[in-house]
Write a protein that binds this ligand. Structure first.
Ligand SMILES: NC(=O)C1=CN([C@@H]2O[C@H](COP(=O)(O)OP(=O)(O)OC[C@H]3O[C@@H](n4cnc5c(N)ncnc54)[C@H](OP(=O)(O)O)[C@@H]3O)[C@@H](O)[C@H]2O)C=CC1
Ligand SMILES: O=C(O)C(=O)CO
Length: 406
């Protein structure tokens, strides 16, 4: 019997290759050489040579079936065989830093969207067709419709972010698509930025700096640019997750702030370590001098900080948001800042992103807005690339993701 030249790893037994082929194709004699090459009987051999495309499609469906069966983190031999015998096709929706894409290219056919601006919905729909995996950005909306456009073979979406509100996780689950994210490695960078925003907003850092740039700095003013200080004041952390905790550690440890926080889950360790008190949101807003938002964006947290919530804050307080723009009602925030109902705000996230330059928040002298740069350090972004690629490769192989949200 002649060999068709499809190699499989030594770790996969000849018997399992034979039975995998038989159960998946339902026909065709097969033999397995010691060299680790799968060989087919004549007729099938000819078919395969004439219609190589069909073989690839067949293997794709083997993969798709086996990976859907492998949900629940089971790895089966078919998946491993598939990894060895075919090249998956993946789309990376933006250039990402670091070397990890080289690793991806060794196991997959990789297309990277080359532009700095994300693909439009229409372009994304065109690009995802036939892909087995997607490495996506937080600006890409990955919903059931898009997954259907991609096709049944899609098995993994690896988000280049810890937040995954851009992905319809339920739609992914029902389609047997696993979803990964990149937690932990960006926690310090994002907490550092939350603290930077807190100071920038409370000390007018940007408008004061602009005065110098614009040649408007006339003299030292005893009453100019007066701000507020965090030392010994009360910090309110909305959402005591990884970044919330890291932000609290910096401000409680460094500036001796008192800590209030909201959390659905018990955070006994935070109370022990930082002496914080878990309270209802209303209490936190009313008693805090600085409020920093760190909850994930979900249907329950959308507009969590609305006009009513902002109305409970002290007129001397500062609001910081590094989580997601949709968590804060921006119209209510504009109104509060204009009325000086709160002292200032520092935002790394807005809705939409980018926020138009003529938006009232951009124009407000009491609001500092950054272009969503919380995780933008070499260390964090390189580490995010590594995790995102690890997630993608694991998902294609039907293995448990390094960081999974499904
Ligand atoms: N600006 C930037 O560049 C970055 C922004 N982010 C944003 O920060 C967020 C937090 O990241 P991270 O700390 O790593 O995530 P975590 O999962 O550790 O923390 C998320 C927090 O959100 C809370 N939460 C989740 N769902 C709800 C809900 N329905 N109602 C109330 N609270 C809820 C969780 O509370 P509970 O314990 O009660 O479940 C938890 O405290 C990300 O989701 C992302 O949106 C992240 C990185 C960089
Ligand atoms: O990871 C996230 O969720 C971000 O917003 C950017 O790193």
């Amino acid at each position: 019997m002649e060999g068709v030249g499809i190699r499989f790893p030594e770790s996969v037994s000849a018997q399992s290759v034979r039975s995998t082929w038989h159960t998946s194709s339902g026909k065709g004699a097969v033999s397995v050489r010691r060299s680790g090459t799968l060989c087919f009987a004549d007729e099938l051999h000819r078919i395969i040579f004439r219609k190589r495309e069909a073989l690839v499609a067949g293997q794709r469906s083997i993969m798709s079936v086996s990976e859907k069966a492998a949900k629940g983190n089971r790895v089966d031999e078919t998946s491993r065989l598939g990894m060895e015998t075919m090249k998956h096709s993946v789309l990376v929706t933006r250039q990402i830093p670091g070397e990890s894409l080289k690793r991806l290219r060794e196991v997959c056919e990789v297309e990277v969207w080359p532009e700095a601006i994300p693909p439009s919905r229409e372009e994304l729909c065109r690009l995802v067709k036939g892909r087995h995996g997607l490495l996506t950005m937080l600006s890409d909306r990955i919903d059931g419709e898009l997954m259907d456009v991609a096709g049944e073979q899609l098995c993994v979406v690896s988000n280049y972010a810890v937040g995954f509100n851009n992905i319809d996780v339920d739609a992914a689950k029902t389609r047997g698509v696993v979803v990964g994210n990149t937690p932990d490695v960006l926690t310090d960078a994002t907490a550092d930025l939350a603290v930077s925003l807190l100071f920038a907003a409370s000390r007018h850092v940007l408008p004061a700096g602009n005065q110098v740039r614009e040649g408007e700095w006339k003299t030292w003013e005893p009453t100019g640019w007066l701000g507020v200080e965090p030392s010994d004041k009360t910090l309110g952390i909305v959402g005591m997750g990884r970044i919330g905790k890291a932000t609290a550690k910096r401000l409680v440890g460094g500036w001796g702030m008192n800590l209030l926080y909201t959390s659905r889950s018990d955070q006994g360790d935070v109370e022990k370590e930082l002496g914080g008190r878990r309270v209802e949101l209303d209490t936190l807003l009313a008693e805090s001098d600085f409020v920093s938002v760190h909850v994930a964006l979900t249907d329950e947290t959308r507009n969590l900080i609305d006009a009513d919530a902002i109305g409970k804050m002290k007129s001397t307080s500062v609001l910081v948001n590094t989580a997601r723009g949709e968590i804060v009602d921006q119209d209510a925030l504009v109104d509060a800042l204009n009325r000086r109902a709160i002292f200032a705000a520092g935002l790394d996230v807005t809705t939409p992103e980018p926020l138009p330059a003529d938006h009232a928040l951009v124009k407000s002298p009491h609001c500092v807005i950054l272009p969503h740069i919380g995780s933008a350090t070499h260390t964090s972004r390189n580490a995010m690339s590594e995790i995102a690629v690890d997630n993608l490769i694991a998902g294609l192989a039907g293995k448990p993701l390094r960081c999974s949200v499904t």
